[in-house]
Design a protein around this ligand. Structure first.
Ligand SMILES: Nc1ncnc2c1ncn2[C@@H]1O[C@H](COP(=O)(O)OP(=O)(O)O)[C@@H](O)[C@H]1O
Ligand SMILES: [Mg+2]
Length: 309
């Protein structure tokens, strides 16, 4: 067994939202999350909007410190006891690719500028121009038509490729990709997923792949974790979690994925019954997780206190 590259151990994050009027509201965005990612492998974090996926990714890139728990990279706590050198190495090794590539690209700089700077800063063998071209070819962009352009002159898919190229230029070992294809045209989503898969297989880059699109989780990630209301409901090999989910919430989430092969011909009564049942499952899943049952090797399913009593 390889040691994990990244691990989260009992990570919680509570936000205190202060409205202009009224009392401070506590939002438990992450509750006791335990996960790990092995080198060169991908873990998909799936779940509906608001389940805590992005909060998890942002804790990993150290946007904020968790309220509780530990995040380790190569076994070392990412918030404690690092030399400045170790610290800088972490900031290089872990890169985030966002849903909106514009968010991470400077509109006033060419693609060349975006990639040259990190390449120069972080050194490496070969001359700069050759490395620049190498990285563009890694993300399947044509240097001749890309380098001198500004972000707005590229398509959404090309911009997202530049985001990945930049992560490579910095020397990423782990990429936190937060809904990287959800703003892209459906027709080019798969090519960006293919790119991620190739970076994983050929460059040994590990991914924390955040998505609400379960079908794509399976395509990229060896392992999948289902989140709801800040907790991990189930995690394990993607095949098992997606094809035969064991937790009631995972079943609900996966059954909600539109299946073109299945006709929706249930009557209104059935639809209402389904809605009621879905609400009950969600209410139950929101309760604190008491522990996890390992139902098959590496496949963990949450249980709440009462169920175990
Ligand atoms: N900076 C913040 N301040 C207050 N609440 C936040 C903040 N960031 C996220 N949240 C809340 O935390 C919960 C999880 O959000 P998020 O991690 O963005 O979910 P997801 O990415 O799964 O949609 C939501 O209820 C969201 O409103
Ligand atoms: Mg999000």
């Amino acid at each position: 067994m390889t040691a994990p590259l990244l691990s989260l151990e009992g990570v919680s994050k509570t936000f205190h939202v202060r409205p202009v009027l009224g009392a401070v509201r506590r939002v438990e965005a992450l509750r006791n999350v335990t996960l790990s990612v092995d080198p060169g492998r991908a873990l998909a974090l799936v779940g509906e909007s608001g389940s805590g996926k992005s909060t998890c990714g942002r804790a990993v890139i150290r946007h904020f410190e968790p309220s509780a728990g530990t995040i380790r990279f190569r076994g070392e706590d990412i918030f404690e006891g690092w030399t400045r050198q170790g610290d800088r190495a972490y900031l290089r090794a872990v890169q985030m690719v966002f849903q909106d590539p514009f968010a991470s690209l400077n509109p006033t700089h060419t693609i060349r500028h975006h990639l040259e700077r990190p390449l120069r800063l972080h050194g490496g063998p070969g001359d700069l121009e050759a490395r620049l071209r190498g990285i563009l070819s890694d993300v399947e962009l044509d240097p001749a038509t890309t380098l001198e352009k500004f972000p707005h002159q590229l398509s959404g898919g090309q911009r997202q490729r530049v985001s990945f190229a930049r992560a490579l230029a910095v020397g990423a070992e782990l990429i936190v990709a937060d809904e990287p294809t959800s703003m892209l045209d459906v027709s080019i989503r798969k090519s960006v997923l293919d790119l991620m898969r190739r970076l994983k297989e050929e460059r040994n880059i590990a991914f924390l792949y955040i998505t609400h699109d379960i079908a794509t989780a399976h395509y990229i990630a060896e392992e999948t974790a289902v989140m709801f209301a800040g907790q991990v409901m189930e995690r394990g090999p993607s095949d098992a979690v997606i094809s035969s989910p064991r937790h009631a919430y995972s079943k609900l989430l996966i059954s909600a994925v539109p299946d073109p092969a299945r006709r929706f011909d249930a009557g209104a009564d059935d639809a209402l019954a389904f809605t009621r049942q879905a609400e009950a499952v969600r209410a139950s899943a929101a309760r604190p997780v008491a522990g996890y049952r390992e139902v098959a090797p590496g496949h963990f399913v949450a249980y709440a206190e009462a169920e175990n009593a």
